[in-house]
Design a binder for this molecule. Structure first.
Ligand code: DC
Length: 241
């Protein structure tokens, strides 16, 4: 049986990968790290400091200088409990709580560009590898199986059709009490897919040895159960924490 202490998960926006990864991490007692938060935090920092997101040099320096900390939600229910506002973790940017600020449409609009810069990626990948080296982690993003943790014993590539992903985004925004226009969201999902998968550095693509999972029309719980059976059947689980 192979030892498993890192699970690398990639896929496009709103594919269901975050929800699935969170549940897997919870069931395995692993840490959950959503690496998209880190690119979002860099984008928010640029917007807040008035740095043009098109200025690659300035954005790269900023990425190297800011402090980003992602803390698991401890809540009443233990390490993986839930905060009353629904967060699963807290994102601190230079010590300030930016958990929700990194999810605004302004950040959505610019994060693909910021994450396309080589220097920004190198800085974030280095930080992610340090966290990954501790083990006992489910790491989620676009390049985890291909670049950040290429030796991870289990790699998943989670996807769904663009229409299904736009529907989920639409529901999320409505649930948060915002106006939402389905056609605009669908166009944005497609636009970001295009940038993420055609960018020069670490484009979004499945690792050669990734297990492909299409979540279109499939309940999350069913997918998580199937993954848990796979993990328990083929791996011995060891958290290094
Ligand atoms: O998963 P998300 O929507 O929070 O990701 C935000 C952006 O960051 C998205 O444009 C893809 C990019 N990203 C990336 O390039 N590499 C990662 N490992 C994670 C996210």
């Amino acid at each position: 049986m192979n030892d498993i202490n890192v699970i690398a998960i990639d896929g496009p926006a709103a594919s269901g990968k975050s929800t699935i990864s969170q549940l897997l991490a919870e069931r395995l007692g692993f840490l959950f790290l959503d690496t998209g938060c880190m690119y979002r935090a860099v984008t928010l920092a640029a917007l807040r400091r008035g740095i043009a997101v098109t200025d690659e040099t300035a954005v790269t320096h900023l990425a190297q200088e800011i402090d980003i900390d992602i803390q698991p939600e401890t809540g009443a229910g233990g390490r993986h409990g839930r905060h009353s506002d629904g967060r699963h973790y807290t994102v601190l940017l230079d010590g300030q709580d930016t958990t929700w600020a990194i999810r605004t449409p302004a950040v959505d609009a610019h994060v693909s560009q910021v994450s396309s810069y080589l220097g920004v990626r190198q800085e974030m990948v280095q930080r992610q590898r340090l966290l990954g080296a501790r083990g006992g982690i489910v790491m989620v993003g676009r390049d985890i199986g291909t670049v950040v943790m290429p030796d991870a014993p289990l790699k998943l590539y989670i996807t769904a059709t663009a229409e299904e992903r736009a529907r989920r985004r639409w529901h999320d925004r409505r649930r948060q009490g915002h106006e939402a226009d389905y056609d605009a969201i669908l166009a944005d999902v497609k636009r970001r897919d295009g940038i993420d998968s055609s960018r020069e550095h670490s484009p979004l693509r499945p690792a050669a040895d990734a297990l492909m999972i299409d979540t279109t029309g499939r309940p999350v719980d069913e997918i998580v159960e199937a993954l848990m059976s796979l993990v328990k059947g083929q791996y011995s689980v060891s958290s290094m924490q």
